[in-house]
Design a protein around this ligand. Structure first.
Ligand code: F6R
Length: 242
């Protein structure tokens, strides 16, 4: 695990974006693993700017997102497909048909999970996977107690995650309690993993991720087993490290 500690969220986003830029310059037909949530937004902004300046192209890229709420289709404003279109895909030269987000409206979610895994495999695997981290140490929607070798599957969200994400839903809006998420094993198969975290409220999760022990109680600690995992954090998120 490589730990990069930077001053603030702006520097974290720039550093993370540069890793994606380097990957795209080295291999324009890369397969990218992408995340939602508030943390990657500034990184996506960086990538949009670089794309619009002609510095990088996504025209040969394939992408796979980590997760999606089960029960929301892609036109729902809180769906992760909608988020990705708004925050990234609509502003870059990516072919939408090569962008993949788990189908939140799948009639047969279990079959859809197997198909998602098969598509990742058919694309040659993920070259670089972006991650955020939950306060409880989750990556994707792999909540504490998730199997460390798990594959894409349906997961129930914990109360902590539902409460953390309630800020995105209005009071009378249905908030899903189920998701489809890549498994920890799926994430560990990516050739490179880049986890971003900023702010003091992530400090405990970062300490558990970096200093261990390796445990399903902190799913992100599984990244200790990865050969090329980079943890990019600001000083606040690093504040509990020994
Ligand atoms: C999102 C995802 C989640 C988030 C995590 C942190 O696709 O998989 O694991 O990365 O919940 O969310 P933020 O960045 O909003 O703190």
């Amino acid at each position: 695990m490589q730990i990069v500690i930077l001053k603030d969220a702006t520097e974290v986003a720039r550093y993370g974006a540069d890793l994606f830029v380097a990957q795209l310059k080295k291999q324009p037909a890369s397969t990218l693993g992408l995340a939602t949530g508030s943390t990657p937004v500034a990184l996506y902004q960086n990538l949009i700017e670089k794309n619009q300046q002609g510095d990088i192209s996504f025209s040969q890229v394939t992408s796979f997102n980590l997760d999606e709420y089960l029960g929301l289709d892609g036109s729902h404003p809180q769906s992760y497909r909608f988020f990705m279109n708004e925050q990234l895909f609509d502003h870059i030269d990516i072919a939408k048909e090569r962008t993949h987000v788990p189908p939140g409206d799948a009639q047969d979610p279990i079959a859809a999970c197997q198909e998602y895994e098969a598509r990742i495999l058919a694309a040659g695997g993920i070259d670089i996977q972006l991650l955020g981290i939950g306060r409880n140490g989750h990556i994707g929607f792999n909540e504490p107690s998730s199997g460390l070798t798990s594959r894409t599957r349906v997961k129930t969200l914990t109360k902590a995650t539902i409460d953390d994400n309630a800020r995105f839903f209005s009071e009378d809006e249905y908030q899903p309690h189920l998701s489809i998420t890549m498994g920890i094993g799926t994430i560990l198969d990516a050739k490179k993993v880049v986890l971003l975290a900023t702010g003091e409220n992530k400090a405990a999760a970062i300490k558990a991720t970096v200093e261990g022990p390796l445990t399903a109680s902190c799913p992100a600690s599984a990244l200790q087993m990865h050969r090329d995992a980079v943890i990019v954090i600001d000083e606040a998120a690093a504040s509990e490290l020994a």
